[in-house]
Design a protein around this ligand. Structure first.
Ligand code: SF4
Length: 352
């Protein structure tokens, strides 16, 4: 039986099977991924999240790719935990420009007892705005995990980053087992999991396969799987890492789609470096979630946004919230897209 037909709820992927997916001719792999994608999702909808850093820099972890690590001098401005009110203002703006999920990230090893009450207030406030909530705060203990779930946190992001074998080359201050433990606490508390990894850190093909096997062989697939392209930041140990072949990046998205057919696969960090053609190919391979509008949080003109322009050119529409679809809000987003499509800015295939 083909991987397509058997993929739905598999949690027993082997390295040999995943290797053979990566080794498929590009067109065969993309066809298979697109076929799986269409069985579970509307192929012309992409989920849109906005990410806000609620505490930036000076992180005690030593992730070699990360400009926020206190171990490296990257010239990043450090910031303390943002005030709750400021976070809620940014969330309201994210909603106004079409985001359905608001992700809040803090550069911590783990949240402290002192910070937890503020973090919980942020979750409650963002939730009250009608947005889905997501946080990434580092390692959690069981009590913190339960408190976040009770406050209404929908998703917790905690990336595995790479395979267990390659992991020690990238991070030494937190173990792979720690990460798996946090993911298990999140699942036990009833929250959804967002977990993925990064390409371009010097990992082998088997490491990429190994990461996907770890994610797909969890007792439940993560609902959200961010696949990042390394953003090389001066001052980090990976500043001079070799570029990933763009086709290999697309292959990773396609294999993730086949192995975790019901998960949202997110085209995540590194998207700014991808041209529109590569992003279109990524959507065809099964990516159906993006971070959007970070810069828009400070601009008044969503019409000018490149992401929405690309969506309009590709006939893609933002996905409504999974629960409680807000038809009015959705209609407003779609209207904005139609207006953009009609504007002179856009290439009109019908007129050629
Ligand atoms: S834990 Fe997160 S913020 Fe801290 S160094 Fe690693 S990736 Fe960066």
């Amino acid at each position: 039986m083909s991987a397509t037909a058997t993929a739905v709820s598999r949690h027993d992927w082997t390295l040999a099977e995943v290797r053979s997916l990566f080794e498929l001719p590009f067109n065969d792999l993309l066809f298979q991924a697109q076929t799986v994608h269409r069985q579970h999702f509307d192929p012309n909808r992409v989920q849109v999240s906005t990410l806000l850093s609620i505490k930036t820099g000076a992180c005690p972890e030593d992730c070699k790719y990360c400009p926020q690590s206190g171990h490296y001098n990257t010239g990043l401005d450090k910031e303390k935990l943002l005030e709750v009110q400021k976070v809620l203002e940014e969330a309201a703006r994210a909603k106004a420009i079409g985001s359905t999920r608001f992700c809040m990230g803090a550069a911590w090893k783990h949240p402290s007892a002192k910070d937890m009450p503020y973090v919980l207030q942020m979750v409650e406030g963002v939730k009250a705005l009608g947005l889905e909530t997501c946080m990434t705060l580092g390692k959690l203990d069981q009590e913190q995990t339960r408190a976040l779930a009770e406050a209404g946190l929908d998703y917790y992001n905690h990336n595995l980053d790479t395979s267990p074998e390659f992991y020690g080359n990238i991070i030494t201050t937190r173990t792979y087992a720690d990460r798996l433990e946090t993911l298990a606490y999140v699942r036990d508390a009833g929250m959804k999991i967002c977990s993925g990894g990064i390409l371009g850190m010097g990992e082998s093909l088997d490491d990429r396969a190994g990461l996907l096997i770890q994610l797909a062989n969890l007792p439940e697939h993560p609902e959200s799987v961010p696949i990042n392209m390394l953003v090389k930041v001066k001052g980090t140990p990976l500043a001079e890492a070799q570029d990933v072949d763009p086709f290999d990046f697309i292959r990773m998205l396609a294999v993730a789609r086949i192995m975790m057919p019901q998960s949202h696969v997110r085209l995540s960090a590194g998207r700014e470096q991808m041209n529109e053609q590569m992003q279109a190919l990524a959507f065809f391979a099964g990516a159906n979630s993006i971070f959007y509008g970070e810069k828009l949080l400070t601009t008044a003109n969503p019409q000018a946004d490149k992401d929405m322009q690309l969506f309009a050119r590709l006939g893609i529409q933002p996905e409504a919230r999974e629960e409680h679809d807000d038809d009015v809000h959705q209609a407003a987003i779609e209207q904005a897209l139609v207006e953009q499509r009609d504007s002179k800015l856009f290439y009109n295939a019908a007129s050629v």
